[in-house]
Design a protein around this ligand. Structure first.
Ligand SMILES: CC(C)(COP(=O)(O)OP(=O)(O)OC[C@H]1O[C@@H](n2cnc3c(N)ncnc32)[C@H](O)[C@@H]1OP(=O)(O)O)[C@@H](O)C(=O)NCCC(=O)NCCS
Length: 154
């Protein structure tokens, strides 16, 4: 899961990370959405065992300028079935419909074929390679951007 993100992060940092994520989601500062493959099915969609992954939009500063960024993850047993693509499309369609977030950026690792595939499929423009700080490490990434109102491929 973390191969393209600089490797696993220390487990003891996760409770604080989850607390901050919950606070940001509750305050509507970030959209942190779980991918539930079949919420209408017999399984309980609130059961973590039913969650295939997540897709998230948040804002942060890049070289002193605030930007909106989107990121995603799909657990290995659910990969390769189009979940990331569908989830990213759905969240960007909501951003478009609610006129929220403006232009949205993504920074997949240059070698992350599936993530770069997601960007290409949903209509992001490739701006080029760049170095990105993630969890205290510098990663070689591709910089993609999309204006959901104009570019989203549905
Ligand atoms: C990246 C990730 C989210 C992709 O999720 P997924 O649900 O398997 O992706 P999808 O099935 O929606 O496929 C998306 C696109 O990538 C392509 N793809 C999927 N797996 C691929 C692979 N291993 N190699 C090349 N292309 C691949 C698909 O064909 C599709 O492209 P298409 O529209 O041209 O057919 C998932 O692999 C993951 O969570 N990896 C670990 C964490 C991570 O790297 N997160 C992203 C950080 S930027």
């Amino acid at each position: 899961m973390m191969a393209e993100l600089g490797g696993p992060q220390p487990a003891d940092r996760m409770p604080d990370k989850v607390r901050r994520d919950v606070a940001e989601a509750a305050a509507d500062l970030a959209w942190i959405q779980m991918i539930v493959p079949d919420p209408a099915g017999p399984a309980d969609p609130a059961d973590p065992a039913q969650v295939a992954g997540n897709v998230v939009i948040w804002t942060h500063e890049l070289a002193g300028t605030p930007i909106s960024e989107i990121g995603w993850m799909v657990l290995p047993e659910y990969q390769g079935r189009g979940y990331a693509k569908r989830a990213v499309r759905q969240l960007l369609a909501r951003a478009r419909d609610e006129r929220r977030w403006g232009e949205v950026h993504a920074f997949p690792g240059v070698g992350n074929a599936a993530s770069n595939g997601v960007c290409r499929s949903v209509g992001f423009r490739l701006l080029g390679p760049t170095d990105t700080e993630y969890a205290g490490q510098t990663l070689r990434t591709n910089h993609w951007a999309i204006d959901p109102a104009a570019d989203l491929v549905t």
